[in-house]
Design a protein around this ligand. Structure first.
Ligand code: DO4
Ligand code: MG
Length: 294
C-alpha cells in the first residue's frame, strides 16, 4: 500500500489517498500530505486504514510529488563509499573534505528544495546550462513527520552538477539547488510496510534515444549511517511542522565523463518503495511553468 498525492478526477484539484495497486481510495477531508505528517505514526496508520472516500482505478489518476505545504526536502551526503570515491576524484583540491565527512560522527546534511519546486513521477528534471557534467543521484528518501519519526519511505533524485561541485565544495548549493534539481515520488510507502530499510535494492537506468546508456544496482545495506541518526541530526536544531523528506545519499554514480543529456529518461527503483521516472531537459526555460513557476 502507498500513500499517494494525485489530481482528483472529481475536483481536478490535488487530493491524497491510499493506493493498493488496484484502486486509489481518497482520504476524505485530507487534501495535503502535510496534514498527515502532523500526526504521529500510530495516528497516521489509523487515518489511512480508515480511508473511505471516492475510489478511482489505480492507473487512471495523475500522480503528484508527495511533497506539499511547508514540507521541505533535505539531503545527506557522502553516506556511501561510492559517493566518497566519486567526489574525491572530481574534486582535485578539496578531496579531503569528503574523506573527513564520510568518517565523521556528524553527517553532511544540506537543504535541497521547497515543496512547490519538486518534480513528481512522469515529470521533468533539469541539468544546468552552465554545467558540463550532470548526474541523477538515486536516493532512499525518509518521509519524516512533525515529531521527526520516520513515517514512510519514498524515492528521491538529488540531481547534481558534478562540474560545479568539483570546482569548489563551497559551490555545493549551486550544484544541488536549482529548478529541476529535485524529483520525489511516485508515492510514500508507510514505514510499517517496509520490513528492512537496510536491505533495499536501488537501481538506476538512464535511457537515450530508446537505448540504455547507463545502468547500475546497489543496496541500502552499503549505507554507512543509521537512518534514525540522520533524521535526528536534521531535527536537532530545527522544526518541520509539516514534516520533511530527507534523502539519504547516493550509492550509484556513473564514472566520469558520463553526463545526463537533454532528452534522457531517468528511472530509479528502490525495492518495495517504488519506481520514479523523469525526463531530462537542459536549462531553465523548459522548466518554466512547473509548479506555477514564472
Ligand atoms: O557532498 C556532496 C553531496 C553528496 C551527495 O549528495 C551524496 O552523497 O549523495
Ligand atoms: Mg546526493
Amino acid at each position: 500500500m502507498h500513500i499517494v498525492r494525485f489530481v482528483s478526477p472529481l475536483t481536478d484539484a490535488p487530493a491524497v489517498g491510499v493506493d493498493d495497486g488496484e484502486r486509489v481510495v481518497e482520504l476524505s477531508g485530507v487534501t495535503t500530505v502535510a496534514e498527515l505528517l502532523r500526526l504521529p505514526v500510530e495516528g497516521l496508520r489509523e487515518r489511512v486504514a480508515g480511508a473511505d472516500g471516492p475510489e478511482h482505478p489505480s492507473g487512471s489518476v495523475r500522480r503528484l510529488a508527495p511533497v506539499d505545504g511547508q514540507m521541505e526536502v533535505w539531503a545527506a551526503g557522502v553516506t556511501y563509499r561510492r559517493s566518497r570515491e566519486a567526489r574525491v576524484l572530481e574534486s582535485e583540491r578539496a578531496a579531503d573534505v569528503y574523506e573527513l565527512v564520510y568518517d565523521a560522527e556528524r553527517p553532511e546534511l544540506f537543504f535541497k528544495s521547497v515543496a512547490w519546486k519538486v518534480s513528481g513521477d512522469g515529470g521533468r528534471i533539469a541539468v544546468r546550462s552552465d554545467s558540463e557534467i550532470d548526474v541523477p543521484e538515486p536516493e532512499l528518501g525518509l518521509v519524516l513527520n512533525a515529531a521527526g519519526e520516520i513515517a514512510g519511505y519514498t524515492v528521491v533524485d538529488d540531481v547534481s552538477s558534478r562540474t560545479i561541485e568539483g570546482v569548489n565544495p563551497l559551490y555545493l548549493p549551486q550544484a544541488k539547488i536549482y529548478l529541476g534539481a529535485c524529483a520525489v515520488g511516485p508515492a510514500i510507502r508507510p514505514v510499517w510496510e517496509v520490513s528492512d530499510p537496510y536491505a533495499l535494492d536501488i537501481t538506476l537506468s538512464i535511457a537515450r534515444a530508446g537505448e540504455t546508456v547507463w545502468d547500475g544496482k546497489a543496496s541500502t545495506s552499503q549505507l554507512n549511517r543509521r537512518l534514525d541518526d540522520l533524521a535526528g541530526y536534521l531535527y536537532r536544531a530545527d522544526v518541520f511542522p509539516d514534516g520533511a523528506v530527507l534523502a539519504t545519499g547516493t550509492c550509484l554514480v556513473p564514472d566520469l565523463p558520463f553526463t545526463l543529456q537533454d532528452g534522457d529518461t531517468v528511472t530509479i527503483g528502490i525495492g518495495e518503495v517504488g519506481i520514479l521516472t523523469t525526463g531530462v531537459v537542459k536549462g531553465l526555460e523548459p522548466m518554466r511553468g512547473i509548479g506555477g513557476v514564472l
